[in-house]
Design a protein around this ligand. Sequence first.
Ligand SMILES: Nc1ncnc2c1ncn2[C@@H]1O[C@H](COP(=O)(O)OP(=O)(O)O)[C@@H](O)[C@H]1O
Ligand SMILES: [Mg+2]
Length: 139
Amino acid sequence: MVGLQGAGKSTWVQRHLAATHAVVSKDHWPRARRREARQQRVVAELLAAGRSVVVDNTHPSPEERAPLVAAARAAGLPVRAVWVDTPLEQCLARVEARNATREERARVPLVGVLSARRRFRPPSEDEGFDRVDLVRPGS
Ligand SMILES: Nc1ncnc2c1ncn2[C@@H]1O[C@H](COP(=O)(O)OP(=O)(O)O)[C@@H](O)[C@H]1O
Ligand SMILES: [Mg+2]
């Protein structure tokens, strides 16, 4: 998955992939140390066990996506990017609304959304994806 915080990634995953894929996200271990290494290990183990996997994080830059492309390649499997392209203003409004209902430590800072927006580069087949799908609001 690729998309800013609040874009609608987790909702899309629940609707389209959760029945068929193991869902992995760093959000599942908000306080663990070395979350990136842990996630890579979990993804590799699931792929080795023959599961289809969806990784539900923001992944705004090619650098942040590269380890997952590499994990799929290492397992000899195809890899797809699903880019949930929701306008920044809408993402900010949703994150703000969601924060109001969350405990302090579960809140997503708005500066985090802006930071992801600054790093953002659209996913491309040049990065090694076999397929890039675009999801827009209302689609
Ligand atoms: N297609 C959609 N249309 C309207 N609201 C949506 C849609 N998808 C998600 N939302 C709402 O936007 C907020 C963020 O969605 P979420 O799936 O948690 O985003 P993300 O996982 O990208 O942070 C939630 O309140 C959710 O109900
Ligand atoms: Mg989410």
